[in-house]
Design a protein around this ligand. Structure first.
Ligand code: INI
Length: 152
């Protein structure tokens, strides 16, 4: 059985792409992500954070980071919150579609830490309150994927 662990046997470098839109939520995801990486032994100089205007802009920057060869995993952090128009569907769809092929194209794990929710309350629940912190989960998922890929 080939399985990743949550322990990095050798140092790894992480790219984080964080959206400014809904920054109240995304800042909490980023804090959770950084906290989890640091508590798994990742040093600050092994983490680069790129900020993009919104989730729609994420795929291009994630793709550039993943293809650069500088990172062992790239974590996308954002929050797309449904409004009263179809805008949500375009932004969330473009973001998830755009991100989905990057890992297989580049061989670098891309972690989807983008909330797609119906309300601000649901976003808050997933950004460090009763449903945990999806940014922290994304960090641990990145570590697991790096570990798994190293063992294949
Ligand atoms: N961007 C988000 O990251 N989350 C949202 O909820 C959102 N909504 O709902 O509009 C959003 N829109 C901005 C979009 O990502 C682009 O930055 C913008 O359209 C410019 O291309």
């Amino acid at each position: 059985t080939l399985e990743g662990t949550m322990i990095l046997s050798a140092p790894a470098r992480f790219g984080i792409v964080a959206a400014r839109f809904n920054h109240f939520i995304v800042d909490a995801l980023e804090a959770g992500c950084l906290d989890a990486l640091r508590r798994h032994g990742v040093k600050d100089d092994a983490i680069a954070i790129a900020r993009v205007p919104g989730a729609f802009e994420m795929p291009l920057v994630v793709q550039k980071m993943a293809a650069s060869g500088k990172y062992d995993a790239v974590i996308a952090l954002g929050a797309v919150i449904r409004g009263s128009t179809p805008h949500f569907d375009h932004v969330a769809g473009a973001c998830s579609r755009g991100l989905s092929g990057i890992a297989t194209d580049t061989g670098v794990p891309v972690i989807f830490g983008v909330l797609t929710v119906d309300s601000i309350e649901q976003a808050i629940e997933r950004a460090g309150t009763k449903a945990g912190n999806k940014g922290a989960e994304a960090a641990v998922t990145a570590i697991e994927m790096i570990s798994l890929l190293r063992g294949l």
